[in-house]
Structure formats: structure tokens, C-alpha cells
Design a binder for this molecule. Structure first.
Ligand code: AMP
Length: 302
């Protein structure tokens, strides 16, 4: 199955306790596509400005990511500036410049309308829905969002959630969205708004999945080298949906395997700044880390 993603393609400026990166390649759609493209064909819908270095996306083209839906418009590219403390679990946004995204209304290239799996990556919830209405008959729609939209466009976000089957957000976002500090209660509230599954990412503490089929907890791989958590969530979503699209199976057991594959891809994303690790990743490395995850959570009963 082919995947369609709408999200940001960005220039990020990031500070972590281990260093800085200025105006480097980032964006929710970029991280998602570079991760998902290991598993399934990916088509991107996004916009960049005249200042965007298009050659930075060459590695995605080489991975056969379809960029015909990436428009280049007069103006400046979306920019995000953030920093992380020692805990690394939550980004502090210092600045968000929507720039060309402020006036963007995507028109999907005709072949994109046939896509069966859709990922509404972190972007304006109105844009997420604009894309969705142009897709003819999606079989699986998943979405992400963040505090910027939860606080800035709560009504639009609730509308989007009605059309989403799987919501993938982090723990702080789940609490903020549901206005409920307890994660189990927050999950119940959010599942009442439309999605049939909710995946809550908890950074170095792993991920939880809540759905009718029950709850599932995946660990995060204890890593020795973590440099930049930016994009971990999108890399997770890419591994998760890429796995589901490539196996064409959305049942509970496969959803759990997909959560592990998401965790595998997130574990690579954080090992270097920007997309450097995902850019140079190989499929055998992914397989080997998947096996490591299996061992990490395996135990024999008495
Ligand atoms: P993640 O760390 O997985 O949540 O995603 C980080 C990426 O999201 C960065 O590369 C940013 O460029 C992008 N981003 C940050 N804020 C926004 C926003 N308000 N809308 C869309 N993308 C954003």
C-alpha cells in the first residue's frame, strides 16, 4: 500500500545539551518520509519557500519518495527553533515561523488521490483536513499534532480527529488535549472523539497504545548516544505506518508489531542531529535493531 503524508518541510534550529544545529533540514513530513520509505512508497504534500535548498531532499528522491506534491512558493520556508534540557523528553519551542505555510492550500496531484494510507503529520489541522477531503477512499488515516495546534486551533483539531483512526502523540500532548493529567483517563477521553487507536509516545520511556483490542506497552531501547530528539515522533510514525502499509494488515497483533517498528525508527532518529542518521541508515540495521527490541521485552514465565 502507498502512503500519502502532509506535514512540514522545514529549516530547524536546535539546541541540545550536546550541541547546536542552525537552519538544518527538518519538518514533520521530512522525518516521516525518510523513515516510512524503508517500508512502503511515500508521496509528500508540503510547501517550501524560494530559500529552501532542494538538494537537501536528494536522498529522499533516491529512496523513491514522490515529491511531486511538494510545492515551491515565493516567500520563506517554514522555520522552527527549539531547545532541549538534559531530560531530552520534551522540546521547548522558542520560535515557530509558518512563512509559506500560512497561505498554503494543497491541491493533490491526481495520482495522490488514490492513496490508501494517509498520515496527517504535525501541521495546521485545517490543512490536514483539506488534504483528507481530496483522497478518494483511504483505508487507514493516522495523525499527529502538537501543543502549538492544541492550544492555537482546538476546534479545527477536534474536527480533524473525527476523521482519524489512529492518533499518534506524546504524553504531554495527550494530557493537554484531554485536559486530564492521568494518561489512562486522557486516552479514554481522546478515544471518545473519533480515533479507534491512540499511540502515546513517552520518549526514553517507550510508547503506549490504547485501543479496543487492549493496551500495549513498548519499551524504548536504552541508547548510549542520544544527540537530538527532534523528529523522533515522526520517525516513529513513519516506522509504524510504513510497517502497517507494507504488511497490509491492521489487526491488533500487527498494530503491536508496528509500535515496535516505530520505536526502532525513533531510536535511530535521535542518534544524530537533523536527519543525518536516517539519511545513512540501511535496512539490515533496522532488522537487527528490531531483533534487539524483541529481546529487550522478552521474558520466560515460571
Ligand atoms: P517531532 O520532534 O517528531 O515532534 O517533530 C519535530 C519537527 O516538527 C521539526 O523538524 C519541526 O520542523 C516540526 N515542527 C515543529 N513545530 C511545528 C508546527 N507547529 N507545525 C508543523 N511542524 C512543526
Amino acid at each position: 500500500m502507498e502512503i500519502l503524508v502532509v506535514g512540514s518541510v522545514a529549516l530547524d534550529t536546535v539546541t541540545t545539551p550536546f550541541g547546536d544545529a542552525r537552519e538544518v533540514l527538518g519538518g514533520s513530513a521530512t522525518y516521516f518520509a525518510s523513515s516510512a520509505s524503508f517500508f512502503a512508497p511515500v508521496s509528500v504534500v508540503a510547501v517550501v519557500g524560494e530559500d529552501f535548498p532542494m538538494e537537501a531532499l536528494e536522498f529522499l528522491r533516491r529512496r523513491e519518495v514522490d515529491l511531486t506534491g511538494l510545492e515551491r512558493r515565493p516567500g520563506r520556508t517554514f522555520r522552527w527553533r527549539g531547545e532541549y534540557g538534559f531530560a531530552l523528553n520534551e522540546a521547548k519551542t522558542l520560535e515557530t515561523q509558518l512563512n509559506v505555510f500560512a497561505e498554503f492550500h494543497p491541491r493533490l496531484p491526481e495520482p495522490y488521490r488514490e492513496r490508501e494510507v494517509v498520515f496527517l503529520a504535525n501541521i495546521d489541522p485545517d490543512l490536514q483536513r483539506e488534504v483528507l477531503t481530496q483522497v478518494l477512499s483511504p483505508r487507514l488515516v493516522a495523525a499527529d499534532t502538537m501543543n502549538f495546534w492544541i492550544q492555537g486551533k482546538p476546534e479545527a483539531l477536534r474536527q480533524t480527529l473525527k476523521q482519524v483512526q489512529i492518533l499518534i502523540i506524546n504524553d504531554a500532548e495527550a494530557r493537554m488535549l484531554a485536559e486530564e493529567p492521568n494518561l489512562v483517563r486522557a486516552a479514554k477521553t481522546i478515544l471518545g472523539w473519533g480515533p479507534r487507536s491512540l499511540i502515546i509516545k513517552r520518549g526514553e520511556y517507550g510508547a503506549l497504545s490504547f485501543s479496543d483490542g487492549g493496551w500495549f506497552a513498548a519499551p524504548a531501547l536504552p541508547l548510549e548516544n542520544v544527540y537530538d530528539p527532534t523528529g523522533a515522533g515522526d520517525a516513529f510514525a513513519g516506522g509504524f505506518l510504513g510497517f502497517l502499509a507494507s504488511t497490509r494488515n491492521f489487526d491488533e497483533a500487527n498494530l503491536r508489531r508496528a509500535v515496535i517498528m516505530g520505536s526502532v525508527m525513533a531510536s535511530f532518529a535521535v542518534e544524530a542531529f537533523s536527519l543525518q542518521r536516517l539519511q545513512h541508515l540501511t535496512y539490515p540495521e533496522i532488522e537487527s535493531r528490531y531483533r534487539q527490541f524483541k529481546q529487550l521485552a522478552h521474558f520466560e514465565d515460571l
